[in-house]
Design a protein around this ligand. Structure first.
Ligand SMILES: C[S@@+](CC[C@H](N)C(=O)[O-])C[C@H]1O[C@@H](n2cnc3c(N)ncnc32)[C@H](O)[C@@H]1O
Length: 193
């Protein structure tokens, strides 16, 4: 079995543990993936790959504890929003943003990413299951403005040539994936036909 397949199986195993934790968790099993936080070094690398700056509006689809959007605001002066289907994580993200004093520039909403309008983004970040990537690619290509950057952690968009790629060693990845490497891909939305 190759390393990438092993990584996916570990990610899915984590999902199975999450989903079996309680009947409530089962009822709300997220279709786009379980909560597996991106290590901070990889968050920093994603924002650098997306060339995020003070003029950017970052949308993280499946935002967990909000660390990607919060880091973009705190360290780079960006604005943004995170969307997550898990109400508990949304509260955690908003509480952290308040503690960090960045609520004028970031917020987190409890919603299904499939119903969330991404058109305002200049940068979109994604760390979700590979099985949803074909549908997500269609949604993003339909909604985003040409030139919008999309930074994807671990699972690439199918049939879309990336503009940049990095494989980064990070020991914290082992806990979630059994592998010590994160894979990052940068896509840029092409001009409309
Ligand atoms: C792998 S975690 C990534 C968290 C965060 N983006 C990060 O990188 O640290 C995926 C997140 O997506 C959320 N999620 C899964 N399906 C979703 C859906 N349909 N709509 C919104 N959020 C969803 C989960 O609750 C989880 O927090």
């Amino acid at each position: 079995m190759n390393r990438r397949r092993l990584s996916l199986l570990a990610f899915l195993a984590c999902f199975a543990v999450t989903a079996s934790a309680s009947p409530q968790a089962q009822a709300q099993a997220p279709d786009a993936g379980p909560y597996v936080p991106t290590p901070q070094s990889i968050v920093d690398a994603m924002l650098a790959m997306g060339k995020v700056g003070a003029n950017d509006y970052v949308i993280d689809l499946g935002s967990g504890d909000g660390r990607i959007v919060r880091t973009a605001a705190r360290r780079l002066g960006a604005s943004g929003i995170g969307v997550d289907i898990d109400e508990r994580l949304v509260k955690m993200a908003n509480d952290e943003a308040a503690r960090e004093g960045i609520t004028q520039r970031v917020r987190f909403v409890n919603a299904d990413l499939w119903n969330f309008d991404t058109s305002g983004a200049t940068v979109v970040t994604v760390y979700l299951l590979p099985s949803i990537m074909p549908r997500l690619k269609e949604k993003l290509l339909a909604e985003l403005k040409p030139g919008t950057r999309i930074v994807v952690h671990d699972y690439p968009m199918p049939d879309w040539k990336h503009e940049d790629y990095q494989a980064l060693r990070e020991p914290l990845k082992v806990q979630a994936h059994g592998l010590d490497t994160a894979y990052l891909y940068l896509y840029v939305v092409p001009p409309k036909k």
